[in-house]
Structures are given as structure tokens and as C-alpha cells.
Write a protein that binds this ligand. Sequence first.
Ligand code: ATP
Ligand code: MG
Length: 389
Amino acid sequence: MREILLVKNGEIALKGLNRGTFETALMKNIKHALSGLGLIRVTRAQSTITIEPVDDNYDMDEACERMKKVFGIAAFSRACAVSKDMDVILKTAPDYLEDTLRACKTFKVEAKRADKAFPFQSPQICAKTGEALLRRFHHLKVDVHHPDVTVTVEVRDQFAFIHANQIQGAGGMPVGTGGNAVILISGGIDSPVAAYMMAKRGVRLTAVHFASPPYTSAHAEMKVKDLLKIVSGYAGNIRFVCVPFTKIQEAIKNHCPDDLTTLVMRRYMMKIACEIAKQNDCDALITGESIGQVASQTMKALAVTDAASNLPVFRPVIGMDKEEIVTIARKIGTFETSVLPYEDCCTVFTPKHPRTRPVLHVVEKAEQLPDAQLMMREAVENARYESIR
Ligand code: ATP
Ligand code: MG
């Protein structure tokens, strides 16, 4: 029995003349997500993307798990492909759907007859398939309004496909169709969620992480990479950029008023991230900030942080409660790693009484450091690049 996957696009279907571009991106991302599992053929016809394994012992279970994370897919079905012969369809359907149908009480059959030359019309296909299933599974009843399972028989160009109930996809838009942006990534809970949310809208990510050895350890950086690896299951390849931040942080500690150090540090992060964004063809910054969560995330503090960036700053979790962010972190699988206790450069020099109502011109004066330009240039030049996938 040959199994295949049938993909139902999400919002892509609404893209009119650009639809082809979106579908091509989605097909590329599907191939990337399934890479390493064996040879497949990915084709597109009649607004459905079909994935056919070439090898006999292809791991369909693993393929389905990966497909659930590919943005741009509203739903997909695992289907059996058979020759376009009514007898073969009627013989195969009960065998293929056995496990599913034994686990439910009611069903209905839907037919899609794309090949108008097929000798049976849709109502006949439904009736014959329904009869064959009732003959085999005596506990089943037909319920056309609220069935436990909808069995679908699709007669296409080359094959007929038999499948039951769709698997929900990740939604969103194919990664790569929404532009490129830099995510400022820490090892915390919020920024991996922010990364996931922007990737869901089709944004390709470059992840910038500031490390301050020896104040921050190699473990802390490893934790960030582990988080990005999880996010890359959804976001595809992520360019990881680790920026050496020790010199700047020490200079801030030595020269700035204590109550402004966090804010000044955040502004240096923004400036360096903008530079790295431009070098990597990115048009925006993303952070995991949420209003009121900590002192540096009051409205006034965010405004002061924003003023350091000459690119738009997107904060997808800005209006979310911590609990809501945690729910997404658990869903996407980053939570357990995020709560591992490693230090972040934001927390190593935390002031006792950070200013919550900062004034921009005061902060701009406070952030004047000797050799600031040189230190920033060095940080950008000495950044380490890696590909996470
Ligand atoms: P998170 O859970 O994402 O760490 P947070 O609530 O702990 O967020 P902060 O530590 O103040 O908040 O950081 C705010 C944002 O600044 C983070 O969401 C992230 O986007 C960015 N950020 C913090 N630390 C770093 C770092 N070491 N490197 C890069 N970006 C960072
Ligand atoms: Mg943090």
C-alpha cells in the first residue's frame, strides 16, 4: 500500500497572482523539513501539494510530526494512493482505514472527482464506498451531519486517494515569504516565543546573542543554541550570531550611573543588532519584551530603547501575560530548556534600583563611553557566525 501526504494551504490560497511564489516557497520548506528521511517527490496540482515517498520503508510517522511544524500549512492528510479503479478503491478503503474506523462510531464519505472522465460520479463513489465500509465494520453508522470521521475519496489525474480526518497544520505563512529580521535572543522564555511568532508570519530569522564571558558561561551559549535548534523545527535554518559583549558591559558598569546600566546596555545591544541586521539583509529587529514585565520594559523604558534603533523593532509578545507566553513556550517545546538556570548578560550586572521612567536625553548623556564606536565596531567584527538547523 502506497501512502502519501496531501497538503491544504492556509492563507496562501488568498494570495491571488502571487500564489505561485508562496506555494514554491512552501514546497521548498517542506523538502527542507523532511530532509534526511529519504527520497520524496513534491508536486503541485489543482491547488494541492502532494508529497510522495520514493522509498518503500519511508518513516511516515516522523514525516507527519515534522509536517505539523511547517508554516503555511493549514491542514494535511495522510492518504493511501491506489489505481483509479472502483474495485481497487472498494477493496483498499476498509483495509487502509481499519484502525481509524474501529475507534469511532459514525462516519460519512465524501468524494472529490477531479478527473471528470472517471466512470462513476461523486454520489456513486460515496454510496459504494459507504456500503463497502458498512459491510466490513458492523458497529459503524452513517451520520452525514456530525460524523466522528469523514472518509474522503479523491479521484485525481493519475491516482485515487483515500483518507480520513485531516491533521491540523501550523498555520501561518511559509518562512522566507515575510522578509528577514534579527531576533535578539537570550536564554529566557520570551525571546524564543517571539522568534517562533515572527517565523509563523513567514519571517526568516537571524538570531543575535550577546555573550559576556567570563561572566556568562559556554553553557549559557549552548542553551541559547539548543533553544534555537527547537525553534528551527518551525523556522527552518537560522543564522546564529554570537556577539562578544564583555568589554562594553564592563565599560557600562564602570562609567554609567547604576540605575541606568540596564537601559544603556539594551541600547548598545540595539545599535549593534542594527549593524548586524544591515550586514545580513535584515529589515527589522525582534525582541521578547512585554509591557511592564521588568523595569526595562515600562512604556518609557521601551521608548528609550527603541530610540537606539534605526530599524523597526517588533515585539510580538508585547501585550501578553507571562502565563500566555509560557503556554506557547510549552506548546512549541522551548519551555523546559528556557528554565534551565544559566546566567544571561542582562542579569549579571543588574542594578538594585533600575529607573522605570527614564528620560532619553539623560540616558544619551549617560551612555557616552570612551571608545564606544571602536568597541561596537570590534563587537560586530568579532561576532561568530553559525548555522542552526
Ligand atoms: P527573555 O525571556 O526573552 O530573556 P526577559 O523577560 O528575561 O526576556 P530581558 O532579559 O530584559 O527580558 O530581555 C528583554 C529582551 O532583550 C529579550 O526578550 C531579548 O529579546 C533581548 N535580550 C536579552 N538578553 C539578551 C542577550 N544576551 N542577547 C540578545 N538579546 C537579549
Ligand atoms: Mg532574559
